[in-house]
Write a protein that binds this ligand. Structure first.
Ligand code: ARG
Length: 506
């Protein structure tokens, strides 16, 4: 042991950033050269182009499957969560140097289209549907469920219609196409508002003609078993996976299997992340189990998340109680605008600032806690300028922008000032950014970034409360300016990764 400690001490001596190293009670105490360390940290951030790419990410491809709303139904709060978590993960992985493919596995196929088409043919009002497609279709869907309770044969009709859709019946197909197009219009409007995009929109329908070879593969491996006319794969102790119904129609999992093999062939992924709510846990366990039995060991992960609650209750689209997310977002923007105008009536670009604040508030509210926890949806709380909110982060960054305004920041500065404790706390925070990103990726948890940004903002605001930034002494002033500029850069970059927009003014 003593030799070892001497050896370590000797090795550390060569590192100029370490002032001294001592062993005490089995612990190694390293005294850092704070000024030198600080200088490194700020210089690195100033480079801006620093990619944070790591060895581990080199040449690695990750498919992220997120958002995936269902056609002819409204965009649910669950899909909004998936959209924002997936989008943040995509940004974080890209920043770390991974090749990321963002996939929107649209729910545009399945028995529900049989139901929808049966309902439309029985009760649909063409004009009403044309005026307000999603709302009307949603109502028809709800009606189908109510009616089929009295009249179970409707379910058989729906299955038959879906089967004819899979068999490319022209009339059914053209209705389906119409539903799909109208839904996509609404979804795209939402994505544009949220500033979210995808590399692929290959949804379930895309795999209609790609399932047969997979089913054959399963059969060749002797895994396909007939069960009361249907085709299943036994997965004891898990419940069996239903691959084909009695009438030959395929299922959600059949399409997910086809999608997985297609993605392997197309993107040669190293990993696939499925950002989908907790309620589909079994589905992804089955997906993995079937591929394992087939002899593949794909690295697939269900990135699950908790519910969104409003006033302690599940926010849902069931029982015809449709929470239109587009409207909710517009309301947030309107409320953000009122708040901003109360604070800063002469603000320019009010519309775009209100949009950034309103949407940023919703995004941050969703990403601030561990994704497994439930999210409380309370507009006035998430829009507050104080507390753990999106506007608080934006406001901290804007504060820095206003100090930097009309100042010239020189790239050379004296870092000895940063040795003081309050300064050095901020330096330590800044130095953590890289590790924070790695940890967020390891946990698939955007909240790691969120918590970090809250801490950085709060430490900055505390510092600002105690320190004058623009001081007479030019050397101190330059050190101050360099520090806050680096803080703003990290805040803005962190917000961008979460999907928020940083502002100059608010
Ligand atoms: N459309 C599905 C739903 O709303 C989510 C799809 C998730 N992705 C997947 N590959 N299964 O429940």
């Amino acid at each position: 042991m003593p030799e070892l400690t001497e050896e370590i001490k000797d090795a550390l001596k060569g590192i100029s950033m370490i002032k001294s190293a001592t062993f005490m009670n089995g612990f190694l105490n390293i005294d850092l050269n704070r000024a030198m360390f600080a200088n490194e940290v700020i210089k690195t951030i100033n480079k801006e182009k620093e990619t944070y790419a790591q060895e581990a990410s080199k040449g690695k491809t990750i498919c992220i499957d997120y958002s995936a709303p269902n056609i002819a139904k409204s965009f649910s709060v669950g899909h909004l969560r998936s959209t924002m978590i997936g989008n943040a993960l995509k940004n974080i992985y890209r920043k770390l140097g991974y090749n990321v493919v963002g996939i929107n596995h649209l729910g545009d196929w399945g028995t529900q289209f049989g139901k929808m088409i049966v309902a439309y043919r029985l009760w649909g009002n063409k004009e009403l549907v044309e005026q307000n497609p999603i709302t009307e279709l949603q109502k028809l869907y709800v009606k189908f469920h109510e009616e089929s309770e009295q009249n179970p044969s409707l379910e058989d009709d729906a299955r038959a219609v879906f089967k004819s859709l899979e068999d490319n019946d022209e009339d059914v197909l053209s209705l389906w196409k119409y539903f799909r197009e109208e839904s996509l219009k609404e979804f795209m409007m939402m994505y544009e508002l949220l500033n979210v995009s995808f590399d692929s929109y290959d949804g379930e329908a895309f795999f209609n003609d790609k399932m047969e070879p997979i089913v054959q593969m399963i059969e060749e491996k002797n895994l396909l078993v007939e069960d009361d006319g249907a085709m299943i794969v036994r997965l004891d102790p898990l419940p069996p996976a239903l691959i084909k119904r009695r009438d030959g129609a395929t299922l959600y999992i059949t399409r997910d299997l086809a999608a997985l093999f297609y993605r392997k062939k197309t993107y040669d992924f190293d990993q696939v992340l499925y950002v989908v709510g907790n309620e589909q846990k079994l589905h992804f366990e089955q997906l993995k189990a079937v591929t394992n039995l087939m002899g593949y060991d794909f690295d697939i992960k269900h990135v699950n998340f908790g519910l969104v609650l409003q006033d302690g209750k599940k926010m849902s689209t069931r029982q015809g109680k449709v929470v239109k997310l587009y409207d909710v977002i517009q309301e947030a923007i309107k409320e953000a605008k009122n708040q901003i105008l109360a604070k800063n009536p002469n603000l320019e670009n009010q519309e775009s600032v209100a949009k950034a604040v309103g949407i940023g508030a919703i995004i941050f509210n969703d990403l601030k806690n561990d994704r497994n926890l439930e999210v409380d949806f309370n507009l006035s709380q998430m829009l507050a300028f104080e507390g753990q909110t999106g506007p608080y982060l934006q406001y901290s960054s804007v504060r820095i922008a206003s100090i930097l305004k009309n100042q010239t920041v020189l790239d050379s500065f004296d870092s000895s000032i940063y040795e003081g404790d309050l300064y050095f706390q901020l330096i330590k925070d800044l130095a953590q950014f890289n590790q924070v990103l790695t940890k967020a990726a390891e946990q698939n948890g955007p909240h790691v970034v969120s918590r970090y940004l809250l801490q950085l903002s709060s430490n900055f605001n505390q510092f600002y409360g105690q320190h004058k930034i623009i001081v007479e002494d030019e050397v101190t002033k330059q050190a101050n300016l360099n520090l806050i500029r680096a803080i703003r850069y990290v805040l803005n970059e962190g917000m961008r990764l979460l999907g928020m927009t940083a502002l100059e003014e608010m």
